[in-house]
Design a protein around this ligand. Structure first.
Ligand code: SF4
Length: 282
């Protein structure tokens, strides 16, 4: 653990990584939150958690040794431009409306983004793009998401990462993906009664969403629908509820710098999801 540094919004001093339950804005955990140390622990804890307990348990999970080492090393070392800030350095839980009409599924937190700020898609260029678009279509209260505690709110919308810890090179292993999957499966199950549209950022999120719905007993088309920007498919719950799954190119710098993904393209997918979910534009 590194020296104490002030939180950019609150000014409270924190070590990096941040000990659970010590006052970081939106920290879902307490000092006594149970810690998953293995894949079996993840499955066992996820199976019985409600949403607050799930967020808490996710945020202290230690089941993937390589990712725990990486996230904590990055937190202690820090990028030079953030050397004066504490780093969250823990898994990043889902964030947003607990009863969302729109669910956004990404890959994993960024080492100097979510792993620093403690909020998904917050503190990096991809997140800047995404939050600006969410605000334009009425799904976020502010155009910027800078840090936990900045007053940003998602409106009728929730964001989750498929893998909850920052992976080296943004590439989790298959074992890490599968170890983390019960957190995602449980979260989707808990919010499913409200979700009408799922926006998958990139192929990784698309595959994860379809795999998750299938594991929850949803009827998912076979062969698996192909991912593309603007692609859509409908999955149907055992009770007959329909959820539209939409694909979007990931707002990575590679995609936005090259023009593969433009602002109107991202807005169109998010606007479609908001309309499907009946979330009004702001
Ligand atoms: Fe736990 Fe998921 Fe992080 Fe692995 S990736 S340590 S399962 S939160």
């Amino acid at each position: 653990m590194s020296d104490l540094l002030p939180h950019p919004v609150t000014g409270q001093a924190f070590a990096s990584p941040v000990p659970p339950g010590t006052g970081w804005p939106d920290d879902p955990a307490a000092a006594g939150t149970p810690v998953a140390e293995t894949a079996d622990d993840v499955a066992r804890l996820a199976a019985v958690a409600d949403l607050p307990a799930l967020d808490a348990a996710v945020s202290v999970c230690r089941a993937c040794p390589r990712l725990v080492t990486w996230r904590e090393d990055v937190a202690a070392t820090k990028r030079a431009s953030f050397a004066d800030q504490p780093y969250w350095g823990r898994p990043v839980a889902g964030w947003g409306d607990p009863q969302p009409g729109v669910l956004i599924v990404g890959l994993a937190p960024a080492a100097n983004g979510g792993n620093r700020t403690g909020r998904i898609f917050t503190g990096d260029r991809s997140g800047d793009w995404l939050f600006a678009a969410l605000h334009r279509v009425g799904l976020a209260s502010q155009p910027h998401s800078v840090h936990a505690g900045d007053g940003q709110r998602l409106l009728g919308c929730r964001m989750v990462a498929t893998v909850r810890c920052a992976p080296p090179d943004n590439r989790p292993t298959v074992t890490e993906r599968d170890t983390c999957a019960p957190w995602l499966v449980r979260e989707v199950a808990l919010v499913a009664p409200w979700v009408r549209a799922v926006v998958c950022l990139g192929l990784y999120g698309w595959d994860a969403a379809l795999r998750t719905f299938r594991s929850l007993g949803y009827d998912v088309p076979r062969p698996k629908p192909r991912f593309g920007h603007g692609s859509e498919t409908v999955v149907v719950s055992p009770d007959g509820d329909r959820v539209t799954v939409l694909g979007s190119y990931h707002p990575s710098q590679q995609n936005t710098f090259t023009g593969k993904l433009t602002e109107p393209m991202l807005d169109a997918v998010l606007r479609r999801a908001a309309a499907l979910a009946g979330v009004l534009e702001g």
